[in-house]
Design a binder for this molecule. Sequence first.
Ligand code: ZN
Length: 320
Amino acid sequence: MTDELRIGVDLGGTKTEAVVVRLGGDARDRPDVVAKRRVPTARDLGYDHIVAQTAGLVRDVAKDAGLSSLEAIAVGVGMPGSTTTRLPDGSRSDVALVKNSNTTCLNGRPFRADLSRALGKEIAFSNDASCFALAEAVWGAAAGARVAFGVILGTGVGGGLVFRDASGAARAWDGAQGIAGEWGHVILDPTGGPPCYCGRRGCIETYLSGPAIEAAYAERTGVRRPLREIAELEARGDEGARELFADRVEIFGRALAVVIDVVDPDVVVLGGGVSNLDVLYGAGVRAVARWVFSDHLATRIVKNTLGDSAGVLGAALLRA
Ligand SMILES: [Zn+2]
């Protein structure tokens, strides 16, 4: 495989990014980004608009890369949620429908089929956290790992599992119902926890997402601050910020120990805005080690190395 061009799309809750990448001859080499575009996701304008906007973005980025047609290029899309063919009444749909997306206007809609039709070609589709985990397992912090768990701690909390097969190729594992790695909606406290958009209470996301930490700080102190400021206060010894971080680090430890007990991955890679908190790699790792069912924590817990582009690069690795 040499110099193959691919298109990756990361359809996020706030922005949509598309890239054209050139994969190198050695699969471990980071790909060259030939063209890149980013637009705000117009989630308020509804489903049809998001389909049209995503298709337009793919065509534009292809044109930027000098491609006159999409015919010979694979297109992969990563987004929150997964797909199902099961309808609410138990019957089957003949096309896959989106479920569990926090861009809720996509739920119940055949996004993959509609985008494929709009582009005139079959596209590949996966969960955004799976794309993140895949890119980090191929080119990033989990390169070479047999089993990696990628976690996104951002506006939402998600996760993706990647296994390396006998040939050494990394593959995202989506599971029997497409929810493998959906760590953010594991419930820690079903009755007393904060309400979650998924309709239940006490999901991991309601404790460890950026907005959840900011909301908890505001509730404790009466002052609203962005996460970055709360982290600065914590580093300077501010009591409110320190107590909050100690609480969240403990929750992080319990929540991640569950995954490690079940999957026992070689590496856990953290991404998203919350992954910039240094406390996770010190006290956070020690909390995981306390809760895991082992006298020794061999799993490495590390920060991503591809930054914001991991999701879109992972999407470019998907195959229809
Ligand atoms: Zn939830």
